[in-house]
Structures are given as structure tokens and as C-alpha cells.
Design a protein around this ligand. Structure first.
Ligand code: ATP
Ligand code: MG
Ligand code: MG
Ligand code: MG
Length: 572
């Protein structure tokens, strides 16, 4: 590639809405252009990175036996109604109507469509196992789109769906995908960690998230450096407490039983029944809509997400973090339960402002500010707030690992991939069956596997940058090498060597760009450091007379004089 035939548009300043470094650097490097909230044009440099990410994913998915297809963006509502997700997904699901008034979803994921494909195609166990994937645009009407490609509304995801005849087969398919994901993230050249995750609204039996490690990540990851234990905070909190971590606060101490979760203890205190996933308490909320009393199923997601003087109301992406000076102030100002109250299955934040009567429980009132919710039950001061605030702590550094093999450490991560064992949740709802060896129909065992293709760009930058700009790992850099000739137009010797190097590197299969724009060295170097090309070769007259070029790696502090032959050998 030649810079004069490519499109480079770098900026000195990032727009003011770019809050985090990856968003700022992507805007400054001219990788993306904002069209609307959470909607971006992928500019040529950004698209090159996306294509490299996709190519690695494709190769590893194909190697793992998955088969590529492409499902539509616009999907009929009827399919989503079959699984109940048309209602369950809430406002995050983007809905459109055609000219006949028929309703459609713009896909946020594709379980329904792939299950529909498979139920029409698969007749017999002999056709199994199968794993289909596509790399496709997704739309999620996120409540708070932000951080550029990190939490967009329109974004690209690789999603794969496995189909097996039984549980053991599904678990084997899951393992194959887990290993493929490990291979993919290793090839990206990013530090990552796979953690046990909660299945959340999707249901099913097992799940892991893949996180790129970055201090700016939204999620806390809990792991044990001396064993294999690793879980996201949500999952770690839902695990039984080691005896050593039985809550110390007065009220909970009375009911605390080692081997139960914090949620279970709180539920016991409140006299509530816990729903299937222990971290949630199911509630029925009665409210008035247009003068009519309606019932809604809600969940109180109890989270011990506060430490020291900080309370995060819930680790639900998009909810703000509250800072308080003291715990007493928390109670005084908000009386906030460190938890999350929202409709089951959606994880949407609380947005409706209304008095709610909660069956079997005292009243919850959502404040006008959707970040707050207040408990106005009779014994709030006494029985609930105090022990909750005192005892619902996060899992903290130094806690005993649940596997008993050491103590826990915590680091932050960005969720870039997620694998789920779905079981028969979708196939049963959609009657996707096959005939087993005995000729009997049985529901397909499914798994689903996502990678946030465009989010990876943001995550890679959050992990790899300095004050000059982005530092791409070689495998996903927009270009691997930039040739920077000094006076390309004026000095024949420089021009000739530049062309020769360009040809030699291309022949060696290196993704190289020549900066033939005729810029001053300072401006030229600043551009490529901002864009984050891993290797730079400067071609100047003085060096050439000594038989050398100047090589500088993006992380190097100085350039080194190297012969052209050595550079080609090193870079290929
Ligand atoms: P998050 O917790 O960040 O909202 P999610 O758990 O809702 O993500 P999944 O349904 O697991 O996302 O989707 C698979 C992958 O798609 C995620 O691991 C993430 O990498 C990516 N992804 C999800 N939402 C977005 C988004 N709004 N913008 C970019 N990538 C996203
Ligand atoms: Mg989400
Ligand atoms: Mg998530
Ligand atoms: Mg997820």
C-alpha cells in the first residue's frame, strides 16, 4: 500500500465525548467516524484491523470444524415470539415494521434463526454434531452506548451455534469452542483470561467469558494465581462462601451459614424464596399502567458490589457508580440496597418511575433517578439496610479461593467473548428435534459462542497504548511495517531503495505501507506512532551511504541501524 493511494486522516485532538483512551485514539487515528449514538463508519484504517480480526477468527473457527453461513440482519418477529424473547428482550431489541405492518427484529444475536434453519434441515442423529457460525452486524439498542466501538449499538459479532445429540456431545462441542477461543485470543497477541460466568437470562448449564485484561475494563475478574480458579465477580459472588468469609455483621452473622451464598443468607433474612439462579430473588411487581393494575415479574439481583467508600448500585453495564464518604451517608441519602431491581430476563436498568407493590414483601419504590431505588419497608433501618451494607461485600483480594488452593486476586477485564451451554432451552421452545438411534424424536442440545469483533479493537488499545498513540500487536495491526523515506521525491537513491524494500517486503508476505506523502519526518512519525504500526523503517541518504536503514519497533525508545537484508529477514 502507498499512503498517497490510501486514506489517512489523523487528528491532534479527540472529540470531547470520547471518555476513554481507546475511543480517543481511534478517533484521532481516523479509524472510525461517528454517525449517531453508538453508530460508526469504519474508516479504511479501522476496517483493515477489523478484517484481520475476522480472518483470524475465521481460520480458527474453520479449523475447529465450524461451518460458515450468513443469517439475515432483519428477522421476523414470529421467530422471536416462539422463544418468548420478543417480549423478554425489552427495549434493547430493535424492532421495525415493514409496509404491511409486519414486525421484525434487527438481530442482536441469532439463536432463533439458526434453530429455525436447523429444525428444517436436521432429521437424524447421523447428521450431528454441527456447528454453524457467521460474522454479522448486530444491533442492540444499548441504554448507554459509549466508549466508541466498545459499547456500540451497531457492532460486528462472530456468533456460532452448536447442535448435538446429547449432553456429553454438547459439552464436547463447548470444549472445542473454548479451545478455539483460547487459540484466537492468543493469536491476536492480547493478554486475556477465560472466567466462569453466570448464564444470566439465557439459561442453560455453563458459561465462560473471555476477557482482555485492561485496568480500565468494566468487569472485575476474580482468580487464584496458584490454581485454575477464575470467575467474573458476578459468578464469584454467587458461589458459596468459604467458612473464613462468613459475613461478620450482626444480623447476618446470626443466620450466616458457611457453605451458603451471601444472597441465600440475605434471602433467609428477608424471608424470601430464591429463584433458580441463587443471585436473584424473584418478585412480582404490581403497578398501574393506564389506570389498570398489571403484574410484572421482576428480579432483585443482590450484589455486594461495594467496597470502602464506593457503592456501585449494580454491576450492570451502563449504571453509574455512586461515591459516598461513609456507609452512614449511603443509608441517609439513599438507603440503597446494593442490588439491582429490574424486569426478569432483560437486565435493563430501572427506568420506570412509579410506586410498586411487591408481593410478599414490603414496598420498593423506584426513585425518580433511575440509578436509585429505595426500600421503604417497615423494618428498613433495622433489619435490612444495616446488615446488607455491612455484609454484602464483594469478593475481595486475599479471600480463600473456593477450590481451597490458594487466595484470590482481582484484576479488571473487557468482555470480548462469551461461550454458553444452552442445552435444550431454544430447541425445546422451537420444537427443533432429530430422530435418535431408536427412531425417537429428541430435542437438539445447543451451545452458543460469541466474539465481539469490533469491541476487540477497543480492548486491544486499552491494553496497548502510550502517550504517542496505539501500539498494535502485529497480528491485528492495520499495517505491520511502515517505510518512511526521507525526501522520497528528491533523492533518487532513497526512492530506489524504498521501492526495492517495498517489493522485497511484499514478496516476503509482509503487510507494508510506504509513506510517500512527502511529509516532514516529525509529522510522518507522529502519524504512524498514533496509528500504532508496530515496525518503522526509515530510509535516508546518510544511512544508505553506510549501507544501513533505521529500524524502530513501536515500543523501542531508539532506532537501530540495520542492513536492508537483515530487516527483511527480521520482519518476514
Ligand atoms: P456486555 O456484558 O458487555 O453488555 P453481553 O454479555 O451483553 O456484553 P453477549 O450477549 O455475551 O454480550 O455477546 C457476545 C459478545 O458481543 C460480548 O462478549 C461482547 O464482546 C460483544 N458485545 C456485546 N454487546 C456489545 C456492544 N454493545 N458493542 C460491542 N460489542 C458488544
Ligand atoms: Mg449486554
Ligand atoms: Mg456481559
Ligand atoms: Mg456476555
Amino acid at each position: 500500500m502507498r499512503a498517497t493511494r490510501f486514506f489517512i486522516s489523523t487528528q491532534k485532538e479527540a472529540p470531547s465525548d470520547a471518555e476513554i483512551v481507546s475511543h480517543q485514539l481511534m478517533m484521532r487515528a481516523g479509524m472510525i467516524k461517528r454517525l449517531g449514538s453508538g453508530i460508526y463508519t469504519y474508516m479504511p484504517i479501522g476496517l483493515r484491523v477489523i478484517r484481520k480480526v475476522e480472518a483470524i477468527i475465521r481460520e480458527e473457527m474453520n479449523k475447529a470444524g465450524a461451518i460458515e453461513l450468513l443469517m439475515p440482519l432483519v428477522q421476523p418477529a414470529e421467530l422471536w415470539q416462539e422463544t418468548g424473547r420478543w417480549d423478554k428482550m425489552g427495549p434493547e431489541l430493535m424492532r421495525v415494521k415493514d409496509r404491511h405492518g409486519r414486525e421484525y427484529a434487527i438481530q442482536p444475536t441469532s439463536e432463533e434463526v439458526i434453530t429455525d434453519v436447523v429444525r428444517g434441515e436436521i432429521k437424524s442423529y447421523r447428521q450431528l454434531p454441527l456447528n454453524f457460525y457467521h460474522i454479522q452486524t448486530k444491533f442492540r439498542d444499548e441504554r448507554r452506548p459509549r466508549f466508541g466501538l466498545m459499547r456500540g449499538r451497531e457492532f460486528t459479532m462472530k456468533d456460532a451455534y452448536s447442535f448435538d445429540r446429547d449432553l456429553a456431545g454438547m459439552q464436547a462441542s463447548y470444549k472445542v469452542m473454548f479451545d478455539a477461543y483460547s487459540a484466537i485470543f492468543t493469536r491476536f497477541g492480547l493478554r486475556f483470561r477465560a472466567v466462569a460466568a453466570d448464564n444470566g437470562a439465557i439459561g442453560g448449564t455453563g458459561s465462560h467469558e473471555f476477557h482482555v485484561i485492561a485496568s480500565t475494563g468494566e468487569d472485575a475478574l476474580v482468580y487464584c494465581p496458584t490454581s485454575d480458579f477464575a470467575a467474573n465477580m458476578e459468578a464469584a459472588e454467587a458461589m458459596p462462601l468459604a467458612a473464613a468469609r462468613a459475613p461478620a455483621g450482626a444480623a447476618l452473622a446470626k443466620t450466616a451459614t458457611p457453605g451458603t451464598t451471601k444472597c441465600e443468607q440475605v434471602a433467609a433474612l428477608l424471608g424470601l424464596e430464591l429463584s433458580r439462579t441463587v443471585k436473584t430473588i424473584a418478585l412480582t411487581v404490581e403497578k398501574e399502567v393506564d389506570g389498570k393494575q398489571v403484574k410484572e415479574n421482576w428480579m432483585l439481583l443482590l450484589r455486594g458490589d461495594h467496597e470502602l467508600n464506593e457503592v456501585k448500585v449494580a454491576k450492570v453495564p451502563g449504571l453509574a457508580t455512586h461515591r459516598f464518604a461513609t456507609e452512614a451517608e449511603i443509608l441517609e441519602c439513599y438507603g440503597t440496597v446494593p442490588g439491582y431491581l429490574g424486569p426478569i430476563g432483560t437486565r435493563a436498568p430501572v427506568t420506570v418511575v412509579a410506586d410498586r407493590t411487591v408481593a410478599n414483601m414490603a414496598d420498593f419504590v423506584c426513585g425518580a433517578n433511575d440509578k436509585d431505588f429505595h426500600y421503604t419497608g417497615a423494618n428498613w433501618g433495622r433489619d435490612i439496610a444495616e446488615p446488607l451494607v455491612a455484609d454484602l461485600r464483594n469478593v475481595v483480594e486475599g479471600d480463600a479461593s473456593p477450590d481451597g488452593k490458594g487466595v484470590l486476586a482481582i484484576e479488571r477485564g473487557i468482555e470480548v467473548g462469551h461461550v454458553f451451554q444452552l442445552g435444550t432451552a431454544y430447541s425445546a421452545a422451537m420444537k427443533a428435534t432429530f430422530l435418535d438411534e431408536n427412531g425417537k424424536p429428541a430435542p437438539l442440545q445447543m451451545g452458543c459462542y460469541g466474539i465481539g469483533v469490533t469491541r476487540i479493537l477497543g480492548a486491544a488499545i486499552e491494553q496497548n497504548f502510550d502517550d504517542k498513540g496505539i501500539i498494535w500487536p502485529g497480528a491485528i495491526a492495520p499495517f505491520e511495517v511502515v517505510l518512511c523515506p526521507m525526501n522520497y521525491d528528491k533523492i533518487e537513491m532513497v526512492r530506489a531503495e524504498t521501492e526495492r524494500m517495498y517489493g522485497a517486503l511484499q514478496a516476503a508476505g509482509v503487510d507494508v505501507i510506504v509513506d510517500d506523502r512527502g511529509l516532514r519526518p516529525g509529522a510522518m512519525f507522529a502519524d504512524w506512532e498514533l496509528i500504532g504500526v508496530p515496525h518503522r523503517v526509515v530510509i535516508g541518504e546518510r544511512g544508505l551511504k553506510e549501507g544501513n536503514l533505521e529500524y524502530q519497533g513501536r515500543r523501542d525508545t531508539e532506532a537501530t541501524a540495520v542492513t536492508p537484508a537483515a530487516i527483511v529477514e527480521f520482519l518476514q
